[in-house]
Design a protein around this ligand. Structure first.
Ligand code: URA
Length: 449
């Protein structure tokens, strides 16, 4: 079988992985392991400049790779990301059509990758379809598996693959069964499954019909997970988190390292909603672990609230930033980005069903109420949220970190702790929750969603 791992340098001849060069007079260039990992993916990109870009990094200082704000590193990382997506697309969208030849059934697929990823995917298809005889034809190369050996053939054209599809009905049944309403966002669906792949995928004929019924199915899925006997809230949440990891609903996913999803007990009474992950959260993949998180922890402690009992999430799940030199400077999510991320927040609320949702700052307040309003307008009021929970709005902990005046900062901190105590009092029953309180209606605010 052809190997699907390409080595960017030969041992002992080219640059060596860091730590592998030994002894005096060893002229080998040391390269961080991360460079090799990145290069291995980037060389599969279709951009003709890929080698020049990698070489530039190598020739200047490969340790630059540790600087995520370095424009060259960022460009290479985006290229690697595009390659990984293309690898994933091939795995997801290859559709075999069955023929019968003298050796029995044979499955042929036509696929047009954007990058040079066909060989890198060979192992996946061999393992997945080990017992079938198959060929994958592409404009660059063809792969053939006879059940024991993988061989490579020349480039092919679409006409070389059969057009009709005897297993089409099977694909359609399968697709209708696994159709995930979480992908309903049509823009996101088109990004994930661009139309150019549709012509090779029989099940796409079903998309219109499935989309029409998807809203109802989405609600039913979450309800079932929550309430059915043996309903698997944990499983549903994990599926949601995994789905969010591949979110492309707005452009923020591209430069961010990863989606930072919410976390905490799924039966939490209180949900805390921040604005968006910061630099450290983006790297760690967890909400509120950086300086704002430390401030929050301190205030929660002072208010007598156990962080371990909260479900903590963000209004927007990707880090938005502007690169400045080596630093990534926080940038505020805009209205479109908040709206795009609302789907994830709404699903988290539907699964966790918190009694109380505490919004930290204006972005979170907008997300939980679906309305535009200032903190000063909402702060310290019980709000009847559209999803049935009670809302409570306070400032964002990073606001406290930004106050230059020590006296003002100390006062703002005391007010923040008092707000958190207020939230606790609501839950402890010292104050009624908003559902019974006609004053708490948010419907008078200007709707934004
Ligand atoms: N600020 C937020 O709003 N959320 C985080 O997770 C970190 C900082």
């Amino acid at each position: 079988m052809a190997s699907n791992s390409l080595s960017p340098c030969r041992r002992g001849k080219g640059p060596a992985a860091e730590g592998s060069g030994k002894g005096e007079g060893d002229a080998r260039l040391k390269v961080p392991r991360a460079f090799l990992d990145l290069a291995q993916t980037v060389i599969l990109h279709s951009d003709s400049q890929r080698f020049a870009l990698l070489y530039t990094l190598l020739a200047t200082d490969p340790r630059r790779i540790e600087d995520r704000a370095d424009p060259l590193v960022r460009r290479l990382e985006l290229m690697a990301k595009a390659v990984r997506r293309d690898i994933h697309k091939m795995r997801a969208f290859v559709r075999f059509r069955e023929l019968v030849d003298e050796g029995g059934p044979r499955f042929i697929a036509w696929f047009e990758p954007e990058h040079h990823i066909v060989r890198a995917n060979a192992r996946f298809f061999v393992e997945r379809f080990a017992n079938m005889r198959w060929s994958i034809l592409t404009p660059e190369v063809s792969l053939h598996w006879d059940g024991t050996t993988l061989s490579e053939g020349p480039a092919a054209s679409r006409g070389d693959a059969p057009a009709d599809d005897p297993v089409e009905a099977v694909w359609k049944t399968y697709y209708a069964a696994i159709f995930n309403p979480a992908r309903l966002k049509t823009g996101a669906m088109l990004k994930e499954m661009p139309r150019k792949y549709w012509k090779n995928m029989p099940e796409t004929a079903l998309v219109k019909e499935l989309v029409a019924g998807a809203r109802a199915r989405e609600t039913a899925m979450v309800e079932t997970a929550r309430h059915s006997v043996g309903g698997n809230v944990q499983g549903a949440w994990e599926a949601l988190r995994d789905e969010a990891a591949a979110c492309t609903r707005c452009p923020l996913y591209a430069p961010a390292t990863q989606t930072v999803f919410g976390e905490g007990p799924l039966d939490a009474d209180m949900m805390l909603v921040g604005e968006q992950p910061g630099d450290q959260e983006d790297l760690a993949g967890r909400a509120f672990v950086g300086p704002a998180g430390q401030m929050l922890d301190r205030a929660l402690d002072a208010a007598g609230i156990d962080r371990g009992k909260l479900y903590i999430t963000n209004a927007v799940k990707h880090f938005k930033f502007e690169p400045r030199g080596k630093r990534r400077i926080h940038a505020r999510p805009d209205a479109g980005e908040i709206t795009a991320c609302r789907w994830w927040y709404a699903q988290e609320v539907a699964l966790v069903r918190p009694k109380l949702v505490v919004a930290l700052g204006a972005t979170a307040a907008r997300q939980i109420t679906g309305k535009a309003a200032t903190i000063s307008r909402l702060r310290g009021q019980k709000l009847a949220l559209p999803d049935g929970a009670t809302g409570w709005v306070t400032v964002h902990p990073s606001y406290l970190l930004r106050l230059p005046d020590a006296e003002a900062a100390a006062q703002a901190y005391r007010d923040f702790v008092a707000d958190l105590r207020g939230a606790r009092a609501l839950l402890d029953g010292a104050m009624p929750l908003a559902r019974n309180d006609p004053q708490a209606d948010v419907s008078a605010l200007t709707p934004v969603l």
